[in-house]
Design a protein around this ligand. Structure first.
Ligand code: MG
Length: 382
């Protein structure tokens, strides 16, 4: 870590943890953050949560877990070359989706609808809630007691109303300042990872047509190079090689653009980073190619009727579970019931809804399906 830039997050400029802990013996504070994320229950459950394709649709598709690992890989590459805190970037990347519901965005939208009267549901805020409160593994504190900088990176966006409830962590959304460069890297590593792997998964599932994809500049420029150089390769292998090049091209573009931005500003400390505009960026051309691909995926893959059918079923499961749990808390597991009844708040209904949302959000796809089956199929009596 001695090779860090003076504006990177380090032991010297970190704002520390909410509950004080003495320094680890052999690890850095940010390594500890990363390790705590890996040991969390929410992290393990990512294996059985949807990215785009519901977990049981096939073993080759990305899940939230493999997505998070790919994000961390891209994030680390960028952090290292830019002399940023790699362990922190990795911690943020691995934790960024911990708050995701089962069934991907369909699940989040459904839960948000259920929670409309009670303050809504947003996966990004939920990721923070997981690391700040919901993981119950340590004797001294609830949550993982991560450093301020890891928590700041996990909370990518936030409304001003929510930000006001979050103390110092919410300040940047009110004052419109920037998070660390490590947080900025994790944010874009996520965007690069999902664009490329959703394309790969969409092609494998047969939901994206090669003809229309070849109209996408970012894909076409690399695919043409590959198919000219290795015309006899099977198409599947050409696609792998193309996607590998696309990721590399975007990472190089991002690093070159961001390094130039940093050089121009000449920051001396992390305070300079926070006060400046966003420095981790794709170039103008790189960003427009990225946006065009994202739009293409939205129109072809995410709105494909086969994906939409799964989403519709997923929403039904989430809505039904929420409704039945709100109606009769006695069907909930004992620990969830306990969390509901232990609160002596005036807003009992809101509190109950939030506890139920936490419970549902923590479910894996298959657990949610099996809960639905157990609760609604009269022939399943267990
Ligand atoms: Mg993500």
């Amino acid at each position: 870590m001695s090779n860090l830039a003076n504006y990177a997050v380090s032991e010297h400029n970190s704002k520390g943890r909410l509950t004080f802990e003495s320094a680890p013996q052999f690890r850095s504070q940010t390594q500890r953050d990363r390790d705590r994320v890996i040991h969390s229950g929410a992290f393990r459950r990512l294996e059985y949560k949807t990215q785009v394709f519901v977990n049981h649709e096939g073993d080759m598709f990305r899940t939230r877990l493999t997505h998070s690992i790919e994000v961390a890989q891209i994030g680390r590459s960028i952090a290292r070359v830019m002399k940023l805190n790699e362990d922190l970037v990795e911690a943020i990347c691995l934790a960024h989706d911990l708050g995701h519901t089962p069934f991907g965005h369909a699940g989040q939208d459904a839960l948000n609808r259920c929670m409309k009267k009670y303050g809504g549901f947003e996966h990004n805020l939920q990721s923070l809630r997981v690391v700040d409160q919901l993981e119950e593994r340590y004797a001294d504190f609830s949550g993982l007691n991560l450093t301020f900088e890891a928590r700041e990176g996990i909370l990518k966006h936030c409304s001003k109303v929510e930000a006001r409830k979050l103390g110092e962590l919410g300040q940047r959304f009110i004052q419109q300042t920037q998070p660390s460069l490590e947080a900025q890297v994790a944010d874009l590593a996520d965007a690069i990872a999902y664009n490329n792997h959703d394309l790969d998964d969409g092609l494998r599932a047969g939901l994206i047509e090669m003809e229309s994809l070849r109209e996408q500049t970012l894909f076409a420029m690399h695919f043409d190079d590959v198919s000219q150089a290795w015309s006899s390769l099977p198409v599947r292998r050409m696609i792998y090689e193309t996607i590998r090049r696309m990721i590399n091209y975007q990472v190089v573009d991002l690093v070159e653009t961001s390094q130039a931005n940093v050089k121009k500003l000449g920051p001396q400390s992390i305070a300079d980073i926070r006060q400046s505009e966003r420095l981790i960026k794709l170039s103008g051309v790189g960003y427009s190619q990225h946006k065009a691909l994202k739009k293409f995926l939205k129109e072809t893959l995410y709105c494909h009727y086969r994906v939409h059918r799964m989403s519709l079923k997923a929403s039904k499961i989430i809505l039904s579970l929420f409704e039945v749990f709100m109606d009769d808390v006695r069907v909930l597991p004992k620990d969830v019931q306990y969390r509901i009844t232990s609160e002596t708040s005036q807003e009992n209904e809101s509190h109950q809804a939030r506890m139920i949302a936490d419970y549902i959000a923590g479910m894996t796809d298959r657990f949610a399906i099996s809960e639905y089956e157990k609760l609604f199929n009269p022939l399943t009596l267990t």
